[in-house]
Design a protein around this ligand. Structure first.
Ligand code: PRP
Length: 211
């Protein structure tokens, strides 16, 4: 149904947490709690439909209007700059974008720095603002392997608890920016489904105040 509010959530731990927040805000969809591999859940009566998307894809669904609203990490918004409205900081999924490297690594400014990352734009922008030449090595996961295997000097990656770095004898060298989950909206969806979206925004603001 076109007038349903379509909500894209990132599947995984963060998405579960955000769904609980939306449920407490009155946007419940009980079938989502069923243990199955379904990706779409509806509460027809309430006019709400949820989808579970890959976290890095949620902003694409929202930008293109397949979802009216969604939840994406600030890292994704900085890296891909989707043409969406950023409506609220949900203050969950907190972590940091960092430069990390081996404990004994010291930067030699005369050499091109080899940087492994999933976040190519973030890394290029960060180092170009510092006037540093880099060689980007784009990886898709387990970025921490790169400096251990000598594939790169440093990595630009997300650090949450710091455990992955610690267990691989790496450390934070620089913090680039803090990350948290953001509520985003499709630009025309925001206009046409404004009443429901504003209601969600108000409820979320109330929830944040009481927590
Ligand atoms: C992310 C990130 C780090 C890790 C940080 O990886 O890329 O590897 O989590 O978390 P920590 O500081 O709590 O250890 P993710 O688990 O998403 O998988 P990936 O390696 O495939 O990117």
């Amino acid at each position: 149904m076109a007038d349903m509010l379509n909500i894209a959530l990132p599947k995984g731990r963060l998405g579960d947490k955000v769904y609980d927040m939306f449920e407490r805000a009155g946007f419940e969809c009980p079938s989502i709690k069923e243990k199955n591999r379904k990706l779409i859940f509806e509460n027809e009566e309430a006019g709400i439909r949820y989808f579970w998307g890959k976290p890095s894809d949620v902003a694409i669904y929202v930008e293109r209007g397949a979802a009216d609203i969604g939840v994406a990490g600030k890292d994704i918004l900085v890296e891909y700059e989707p043409d969406v409205y950023e409506l609220a900081d949900l203050e969950v999924g907190k972590c940091r974008m960092c430069v990390a490297g081996p404990l004994d690594y010291e930067d030699d400014p005369d050499r091109t720095l080899r940087v492994a990352t999933k976040f190519v734009k973030t890394a290029i922008d960060y180092y170009s603002s510092r006037g540093r030449d880099i060689d980007i090595i784009k990886l898709n996961g387990s970025i921490e392997l790169a400096p251990i295997l000598g594939l790169s000097d440093v990595i630009v990656d997300i650090v949450e608890t710091g455990t992955t770095l610690k267990e691989n004898k790496l450390e934070i060298k620089r913090e680039i920016y803090p990350i948290s989950a953001r509520l985003i909206a499709n630009k025309s969806g925001f206009k046409f489904k404004n009443e429901a979206i504003e209601k969600l925004l108000v409820k979320i603001a109330e929830l944040k105040e009481t927590e």
